[in-house]
Design a binder for this molecule. Sequence first.
Ligand code: UGA
Length: 436
Amino acid sequence: MEYRLSVIGTGYLGVTHAACMSSLGYTVVGIDNDAQKIECLIRGELPFYEPGLEELLQTQLASGRLTFSTNYSDLDDCDVHFICVGTPQQQDSFAADLKYVESAFSALVPHLKKGSLVVGKSTVPVGTAQKLQEDLSRLAPQSDLAWNPEFLREGFAIEDTLKPNRLVVGVTNDKTEEILKAVFAPIISLGTPWVRADLPTSELVKVAANSFLATKISFINAMAEICEAAGGDVTVLATAIGYDPRIGNKFLQAGIGFGGGCLPKDIRAFMARAEELGAKQAVEFLREIDSINLRARQRVIDVVRGELSEDLSDYRIAVLGAAFKPESDDVRDSPALDISAQLLAAGATITVHDPKAAANAKKRFPALTFAESIDECVAGADLVLHLTEWKMYREIDPSHLASLVKTPRIIDGRNALDRDKWVAAGWTFHALGRKS
Ligand code: UGA
């Protein structure tokens, strides 16, 4: 059967999913309430930066298979509907805000044709899918619901969608699993592992994965604190433990910690949900993971004060990086931007550079000054902070930079620069978890 697909919510996840499914040959309609966003997508413009995605969007629009609309009646003909809306942290608690999932679901239900399938991809508190399925069996009993968590990383969104390291589906019957197997057949044929789960397990897989990743990062940042106290070197420690395949060398980059729209809010939402379930203690350690993570930001500020002075008002600091990680223009809960804003509030003069995220950072913190180039950013600086490990920063010539700053003094907040090269060029070099 030739399935027609809809994707509801055209944010990061939704646009990527829609364009990738269209590239597999499906007819896909992307739906969003935000008319401006939809107009932008129809013109072939991506409202955010993701390597290769704008090009893919344009080729898929040109193929005629991919369309976008604000009108739910445009998905009347579709067989499978993917819900890809956001689930941000609530303003006044750790819990996830489900208002977008609920409104997408309510708007979709009247348009479901007989035998259609609703597939949730949004990251939701465990129990959400079960509740939606109960609602669906009342409101549209001839449709079914499944959950298919998404594991894409920003910066690798296309690759992670088309060649994921696993596909996980939460289903309640064989027929629904068969539909999903057919829809994902081109990806399964690559040898992608297929995991069938029940609804709650599929929701939990996602938050468990993100909790594990957050734990790995905070673990190595805790080791960085110990290395600082004991005179050790966390980068050597990470390399050494990473050779054990049970540990692995990925996600052991010590520094200013994790940010973005997923890891921080997902571990908090998990804690909130576990408490509701009466299992608070089981994930209480995530509170410590969160604290270690936020402490890493504070530790950089402490090094800055130690290097300059308690009173930062006479100092000019150049910040390299504003995005929460390289290859992204996302500044949601960005450690780099948080540190910049805190130093600004402490009275320092801050100039920030980022190759992609400057515009978003400016929207969030208009009081910060942004430079167009690295040279402009560091001119006359008393201190340089390296906070997002863009490739262009790793390729900087430290001798050239030394000729522009007032004092050649750098803190590598990502443990990504070649220390020996910088020291040889006359820089005082600090990094979290390593001797200066
Ligand atoms: C994360 C997960 O990696 C994806 O699998 C998941 O699908 C996604 O969240 C989601 O829930 O949608 P992402 O937020 O794009 O993806 O970013 P990551 O690559 O996981 O990085 C998160 C943060 O950890 C970044 O701020 C990064 O700088 C930091 N990090 C990462 C470290 O500090 N050290 C490391 O070793 C690795």
